[in-house]
Design a protein around this ligand. Structure first.
Ligand code: ATP
Ligand code: NMN
Length: 148
């Protein structure tokens, strides 16, 4: 928000939920991010959330994103495929540095949840752990994994 006037947060793979890699619906993911921003007193009036389902053709994904989103001129991401596709489409890119990626890593956090190890709670914002408990998201993940 220090660098941009308005921020569009794209919720990717929006069609997915209740899977091991994407246990939460796009709406639940929006709720997590909104609550975290609100909890950190970040003004939400210039932040938009756009859920975007995946498509089978990477070569036209940038156009797909554009068709769901208000206009934008800077891409902020660390996902290699996202960076590649937007670079090819000549967009300006901002790649934030990794922050202790060994533990702040979704695959690791989901594994802790599946193992019923409460250490995951320390790796997400308090607003997110509270919300996941509220919707029994950790139980959902264990049941998808066939463990409860
Ligand atoms: N600690 C971090 N520092 C910087 N960027 C991060 C960090 N954690 C995640 N990211 C970036 O945020 C995005 C989401 O990462 P995240 O680990 O949540 O899920 P993911 O890339 O879908 O991986 P996974 O396959 O583990 O779910 C990625 O583009 C990633 O590079
Ligand atoms: N062909 C496609 O649908 C396509 C291409 C590139 C990225 N994506 C999506 O962009 C998102 C990138 O997410 P992360 O930044 O969390 O890694 C993912 O949801 C991914 O599925 C989709």
């Amino acid at each position: 928000m220090e660098r941009v006037d308005e921020l569009i947060i794209v919720i990717g793979s929006a069609q997915e939920s209740h899977t091991l890699s994407n246990p939460f619906t796009a709406g639940e993911r929006i709720e997590m991010i909104r609550r975290t921003l609100e909890g950190n007193n970040i003004d939400l009036s210039t932040i938009y959330f756009i859920p975007i389902p995946d498509i089978l053709m990477n070569s036209v994904w940038v156009y797909h994103v554009k068709s769901f989103s208000p206009n934008f001129d800077l891409i902020i991401s660390r996902n290699p495929l996202v960076l590649r596709l937007f670079k090819e489409a000549k967009y300006e890119i901002l790649e934030p540095p990794p922050y202790d990626r060994k533990i702040y890593n979704s695959t690791y956090i989901r594994r802790l949840m599946i193992e019923n190890n409460n250490e995951w709670e320390k790796l997400v914002p308090t607003e997110v752990s509270n919300y996941i408990h509220e919707i029994k998201g950790d139980e959902r993940l264990r049941s998808i994994a066939g463990l409860s």
